[in-house]
Design a protein around this ligand. Structure first.
Ligand code: PHE
Length: 357
């Protein structure tokens, strides 16, 4: 019995894995294990022998069992220690990387404008930036020798000598998308069309490429009053100020009649721009009732449908809202500027949460 005891305690102490330990357990205490066999032999012994050997065997069994359990726990702890040593985690590291990129103020403003107008039932339409002169001018009631063509400082696309295709321009405004939207969607219609436009112009408030959002609403009973309400509602939401004051100034566009340019009341105090108060006015958009010829060019009956349109400078309103003084910086791609004025890509603007927070 002592041999058995020494043998198994020694084997157990040298075991390095739980699997090997299990094999040992079966060898010693399993049904056909060596200790179990001895137990079975008790039956063939004399009562005296049995009285002496029985308790000793039981004690041996308990001792081996205890050694197995102790070893198993030790092996488990050792495995755990090993995992803890290898699978460490530096909790002082930031748990999440901040996204490196940020949304450009123009993208952010476009998202916000879109959120506001979709809430008013406008869908979004797009058109090409390289446009035929028909869509950019003729269809908008700007005929061939109309001064507006030169006033807009148009970039023309060079054509091969004797080329058949129509003359193309970099669109000078988003208004051609009015025509495209009428053609594809028909009336009644409520769309906005955001995107880049081009004019040969460059100073603190003008860049050769900038952004507009066009709005177009056609129905059988649409008036200038609707236009005014929509724009005021828009301005209040976008600038997140309740006492916004808009001024509608009579103006002229070939594609609207009557036409109005819209200014927003503001003040400059110590170089700080404040909206909704003061005696200054800043122009932010052109608008008017869509000219019947334009509705016709879009393939819609102007005797049945009329409506309003507007063209809003996205860069302009982004400068106003976020207090950015120079338009040219929008397009310099200076990373420090982008980090300062950029928006988190994960903050999707919604009306109920407050657009720009
Ligand atoms: N297309 C005009 C511009 O770029 C703006 C405008 C749009 C005016 C729609 C009236 C109606 O200046």
């Amino acid at each position: 019995m002592d041999d058995l005891r020494l043998k198994f305690l020694d084997l157990i102490s040298k075991t390095e894995s739980e699997e090997a330990l299990e094999v040992l357990r079966v060898q010693a205490l399993g049904k056909k294990g060596e200790v179990s066999l001895r137990m079975r032999q008790l039956g063939q012994m004399t009562p005296e022998e049995r009285r002496e050997q029985g308790p000793a065997l039981n004690a041996l069994k308990d001792e081996i069992h205890a050694a197995l359990v102790a070893k198993k726990t030790a092996l488990k702890n050792k495995a755990l220690d090993e995992r803890l040593r290898n699978e460490w985690l530096d909790v002082t590291l930031p748990s999440r990387w901040r996204p490196r990129g940020s949304l450009h103020p123009v993208s952010q403003a476009t998202e916000e404008v879109t959120a506001i107008f979709s809430d008013m039932g406008f869908s979004v339409a797009h058109g090409p930036r390289i446009e035929t002169d028909w869509y950019n001018f003729d269809a908008l009631n700007i005929p061939e020798h109309h001064p507006a063509r030169t006033e807009m400082d148009t970039f023309y696309i060079r054509r091969a000598e004797g080329a058949e295709e129509p003359p193309r321009v970099l669109r000078t405004h988003t208004s051609p998308v009015q025509i495209r939207a009428m053609e594809t969607l028909g009336a009644p219609l409520r769309v906005i069309c955001p995107g880049g436009v081009y004019r040969a112009d460059y100073d603190q408030t003008h860049t050769p490429m900038f952004h507009q959002v066009e709005g177009l609403c056609l129905d059988t009973d649409t008036s200038m009053a609707n236009l005014k309400w929509v724009l005021e509602e828009f301005a209040r939401s976008f600038f997140e100020i309740n006492n916004i004051d808009l001024r509608f100034r009579a103006s002229h566009f070939p594609f609207t009649e009557p036409s109005a340019e819209v200014d927003i009341r503001c003040s400059w105090e110590n170089g700080q721009l404040k909206l909704g108060e003061g005696d200054d006015w800043l122009e932010i958009l052109g608008s008017g009732m869509v000219h019947p010829k334009v509705i016709q060019a879009g393939g819609i009956d102007p005797d049945k449908y009329q409506g309003f349109a507007f063209g809003l400078g996205i860069d302009r309103i982004a400068m106003l809202k976020y207090g950015i003084p120079d338009l040219r910086a929008f397009f310099d791609s200076d990373l420090r500027w982008l980090r300062h004025y950029g928006f988190s890509a994960l903050d999707i603007p919604t009306l109920h949460r407050g657009l720009s927070h």
